[in-house]
Design a protein around this ligand. Structure first.
Ligand SMILES: [Zn+2]
Length: 103
């Protein structure tokens, strides 16, 4: 499987400093100092070291891309691949969606 497309990310996502994936409960946290104190960043790094399958820290200061799906948070790039599955569903149902929207 490939990654979620840039087209999908551009159309559907927003960014946030921290998000939890609804589908698998993994937590993604930026190290951007505009949003967290250095103490918080260190604490988040410790969490990620102690629980690597639960917490992911973005060391490049980037923010977490996410989107809302039925009122729940889906994180782009999550290991559960919910983002990719949703994009694939949209692609597979493209003609039905176009018909639905009357396009
Ligand atoms: Zn997930």
């Amino acid at each position: 499987m490939s990654n979620t497309s840039e087209k999908f990310i551009k159309a559907f996502t927003a960014t946030t400093p921290k998000a939890e994936c609804y589908f698998c409960n993994r937590v993604f946290i930026s190290t951007n100092p505009d949003y967290f104190s250095y103490h918080e960043i260190d604490e988040n790094r410790k969490l990620a070291q102690e629980h690597p399958d639960k917490y992911t820290v973005y060391e490049d200061n980037s923010l977490v891309h996410f989107f809302d799906f039925f009122g729940e948070t889906v994180v782009i790039g999550c290991k559960c691949m919910a983002d990719l599955k949703i994009e694939l569903w949209i692609e597979q149902n493209k003609q039905k969606l176009l018909r639905y929207f009357g396009i």
